[in-house]
Design a protein around this ligand. Structure first.
Ligand code: EPZ
Length: 421
């Protein structure tokens, strides 16, 4: 198992380039199952979750080719409309194929994901939305089996709770349903908008993506991307991780090829904490921070609120801020696993239910720590970069799920970080 060895205390300086979004590329790859024609995607990050999703697509019988960030998929025939347990257990986003498979094939078999480190994460909302579209679903032997032999039909769907992949799953099903679908209380994340942009390029008719009501007029067939390629948006969570890294190490970091508009909530909190964040161009951000940072409270929310995927990294930053910051996690019930590891590095954190109280500033010192999930690992890398002495992070396979070449990118900005294989 790979580990990271970090010698902390060096400010990050220079420029760092952002990759394509993992959480946008995952549904985009699933969307390729909606057509027999070729779909070409650009700027697909080369991370482990994407490899898993491509394995899943190959498993259905589709042809997949990949060259650097370009992925070409043709699902001419779908021989196996199923997502087996072995793939789903390593990546919950596999449930994104449920909607496209039942819409295209009239049948789908997708393993239930089971629990994960950050919470229970059920898919009941995906299931009930697909039932509204006329699919019959039943659960057997750990699998969801969906059937819609006569095809799906448009319907009004109201999500009781905002779900990102649930919105994406049902959006992909609705584009091939007969008639109009209205998705109410839809997720407004930029990844949903990017998926809608791809589906429209494939011939779908969709209005309102990015708002909480999405209207879809179903079509009998979708096409491929027809000579053009769909370029995946910049990874806003990777961007945010680097912004926080720049502030925490008191560096001067230019982050390029990103979309500042997707990070307004984080940028506002960084300003409140005393960091200087500017936009030298429409697709770049520059971050600098004074020695003295102030504590800031955050509450995670659906987009455009403060992203839960940046909570762990912000907690690392707050260990360096003066005062007590209240960090409230409202999306997932168990997303504080990093707190104990940060405490081993010298942080003063108390967890009370869904709230973490961080009292700072506490100087961090390098230690041996264990990564427990994707974003928790990112927060430990950031803490290691700021700590004095040596930090060894175990189980970095978690970080490899979602950050492309993170150690090379950070090393390019002056970090002393090395992978131990
Ligand atoms: C997506 O997960 C992202 N994953 C997550 O990013 C992100 O943290 C999360 O949205 C929240 O923004 C991908 O896009 C691949 P949800 P998703 O359905 O869609 C509950 C990362 O770090 N819920 O929006 O699985 C659920 O338990 C990852 O990159 C139900 O109760 O999250 C949670 O409390 C991790 N029933 C809340 O809704 C359902 O059927 C929001 O979850 C579905 C969800």
């Amino acid at each position: 198992m790979d580990r990271f060895l970090i010698h902390g205390g060096t400010p990050l300086e220079g420029a760092i380039l952002v990759s394509g979004s993992k959480n946008s590329a995952l549904p985009a790859i699933a969307a390729c199952l909606l057509t027999g024609e070729t779909v070409t995607l650009d700027r697909v990050p080369q991370v482990r979750d994407i490899r898993t999703m491509l394995d899943l697509i190959r498993h259905t019988g589709a042809e997949v080719s990949q060259e650097e960030g370009r992925v070409t998929i043709q699902a001419r025939e779908i021989a196996h409309p199923e997502a087996p347990y072995d793939l789903v257990k390593t990546m919950r986003a596999s449930s994104l194929v449920l909607g496209p498979l039942v819409a295209r094939c009239g049948v789908a078999r997708v393993s239930l994901p089971g629990g994960c480190a950050i919470g229970a994460r059920p898919i009941n909302l995906h299931v009930s939305a697909l039932e509204h579209l006329g699919a019959e679903l039943r659960q057997e032997h750990g699998y969801i089996e969906a059937r819609a032999p006569g095809g799906l039909r448009g319907a009004e769907i109201h999500f009781d709770r905002i779900t990102v992949t649930g919105t994406e799953d049902v959006l992909m099903a609705a584009v091939l349903a007969n008639g109009e679908t209205v998705i109410d209380n839809a997720a407004r994340e930029p990844e949903v908008v990017d998926l809608a942009r791809l589906l429209v390029a494939m011939g779908a008719s969709i209005d309102g993506a990015g708002s909480s009501t999405i209207r879809v007029r179903g079509a009998a067939k979708l096409s491929g991307t027809r000579g053009a390629a769909h370029s995946i948006i910049a990874d806003r969570i990777e961007t945010g991780t680097f912004l926080i890294a720049g502030a925490l190490t008191r560096g001067d970091l230019l982050i390029t090829d990103c979309d500042p508009g997707h990070l307004r909530a984080l940028i506002a909190k960084l300003h409140q904490a005393g960091a200087e964040v500017t936009e030298p161009s429409p697709d770049s951000l520059r971050v600098r921070a004074p020695r003295k940072l102030s504590s800031v409270d955050i509450t995670t929310e659906e987009h455009p609120g403060f992203a839960t995927e940046l909570q762990a990294q912000f907690m690392a930053l707050m260990t360096a801020a003066e005062g007590i910051s209240f960090i409230t996690e409202t999306i997932f019930e168990n997303r504080f696993m990093h707190a104990q590891e940060l405490a081993r590095m010298g942080a003063n954190i108390r967890i009370e239910g869904r709230q973490a109280l961080v009292a700072g500033p506490t100087p961090l010192s390098g230690a041996q720590v264990i990564a427990s999930d994707l974003r928790a690992s990112a927060s430990l890398v950031l803490a290691g970069l700021a700590a004095h002495g040596e930090t060894v992070i175990d189980r970095v396979y978690h970080i490899d799920r979602g950050y492309e070449k993170i150690e090379a990118k950070l090393a390019g900005a002056g970090a002393r970080i090395r992978r131990l294989s």
